[in-house]
Ligand binder design. Structure first.
Ligand SMILES: C[S@@+](CC[C@H](N)C(=O)[O-])C[C@H]1O[C@@H](n2cnc3c(N)ncnc32)[C@H](O)[C@@H]1O
Length: 233
């Protein structure tokens, strides 16, 4: 059994159908040495990245409570620092935003977070963004918003607030608010900031039994966009 409790290798759990395994696979293929995990939350996924990729992981989060929980996951290869200390770290060869970009409330917020993160990366690095793919989401009120307002294929929904129902690791269900950012808009943003988009991947919405909680849960469709920084820049 993998130490990472989301994936026990049986292939049946809802966690193994989500975008997390895909993101780990993309990162592992890139043969990375140092990954900055921006918005690392409780640090569990940081630890999974270290185990799967063999890279050194530095996680950071603007929420002091989240950083406090991370200490349980610190090892020789996984450390956690306050955002104010990221700039003084050795440069990274990847930055990961796992369900973080979707919490940014405005186009300017996401642009400034991405821009400041890019300044911590070496030339030739990659940036991986995992977001919910809201146009394909099940079980949220966003679908009715889209049906009423959006032109098919348009990005009119970019930046709209979305209420999503999630079951947390204690089995409690709550509502979280994300902001819908399309995969096409995310690719454009990366390109505007000087990255070449190398991978876009979609994960369908799914439902099933969680290995963490035993509850039957629905999980949003998601997308992963990876941008590469020019090696000569
Ligand atoms: C939905 S959680 C995702 C946690 C983790 N990456 C995961 O996949 O489980 C989003 C996290 O991003 C953090 N966050 C949001 N905006 C941030 C910012 N500008 N700088 C640092 N952390 C941020 C939040 O505090 C929160 O812990």
């Amino acid at each position: 059994m993998s130490f990472y409790p989301f994936f026990d290798g049986s292939g049946w759990s809802v966690e193994e159908k989500t975008a997390y395994p895909d993101l780990l696979e993309v990162l592992t293929r890139s043969k990375l040495e140092r990954i900055l995990d921006v918005g690392c939350g409780n640090g569990l996924f940081s630890r999974a990245m270290a185990a799967r990729t063999g890279a050194t992981i530095v996680g950071t989060d603007r929420c002091a409570d989240a950083l406090g929980q991370c200490s349980a996951h610190a090892t020789d290869d996984v450390s956690f620092v306050d955002p104010s200390a990221v700039g003084s770290q050795e440069p990274f060869d990847a930055a990961v935003f796992s369900y973080v970009d979707c919490t940014q409330r405005s186009a300017e917020d996401r642009r400034s977070l991405l821009r400041s993160t890019l300044s911590c990366l070496r030339p030739g690095s990659i940036v991986a963004i995992l977001n919910p793919n809201y146009p394909d989401v099940i079980g949220v009120d966003f679908k009715s918003f889209l049906a009423q307002w959006a032109e098919p294929g348009s990005d009119i929904y970019d930046g709209r607030a979305v209420s999503n129902r999630l079951t947390d690791s204690l089995g409690q269900t709550g509502i979280v608010q994300d902001f819908a950012w399309s995969s096409a808009g995310t690719c454009r943003l990366l390109e505007e900031l000087g990255c070449r988009v190398t991978i876009t991947r979609l994960t369908p919405a799914c439902s099933g039994v969680s290995v963490r909680t035993g509850a039957t849960v629905s999980v949003s469709a998601a997308y992963i966009v990876v941008g590469a920084i020019d090696p000569s820049s």
